[in-house]
Design a protein around this ligand. Sequence first.
Ligand code: ATP
Length: 236
Amino acid sequence: MLKIENLSVNYGYINALTNINIEVKQGEIVTLIGGNGAGKSTTLMAISNLNEKLEGKITFKEQDITKMAPDKIVKMGLSHVPEGRKIFPALTVYENLIAGTIGNPKLSRDKIKQLIEENYVLFPRLKERWSQGGGSLSGGEQQMLAIARGLMMDPDIIMLDEPSLGLAPIIVEEIFELILKIREKGKTVLLIEQNASMALSIADRGYVLETGNIILQGKGKDLLVDPEVKKAYLGA
Ligand code: ATP
């Protein structure tokens, strides 16, 4: 479904990514793990064509999207939930969800209604708080809202940038369970995480990124017991 070939990104003198290759197949949860500054966010930004300078090729649903305008990529069915949630604090939960549909003529009124209802089933907490200001939600609820807003474009694939960042362990577990439910709904997931143990335990496959290079890849459950991964990322 999504193929990244020989991707390199530079920020001036900094090589943020060097020749990386990643493939995500339909229905998979694929995770990209790595420490601070490894290049995880840069990878997602490159897929959404938000980086200024990139080399390589990105294919989505058999189409070359390397130079496609970011809004067109979203409309093709690729949603990007950025790090730090970026919800609109002054808008209500409901309005934040509606904001997720703006500019997509493919979404009819009925479809938007249906997507909201589906989100309320997936995230009952958002249903309870539908009229509350986004800025008054807890960190975990804001993360749920950011993911729910990403689902409002009815994407085929959703890319999540560090959804567990800064959240209490119990909320982190809730978020990871939700990611599994999103996959059960037929969505493909590309998950960026520093919480390697949680990410690898739900992922079909994973890639380990270190200073802009993929140093390891494999099945989630195999990476979870890999001595190198254990030592560097799982605190063993
Ligand atoms: P984190 O988990 O800390 O967000 P990351 O793996 O997502 O890390 P990136 O944000 O992709 O890492 O950053 C990769 C490298 O590129 C880092 O060295 C970072 O300092 C650098 N970088 C990222 N964005 C920019 C920018 N806009 N200008 C210059 N350098 C940047």
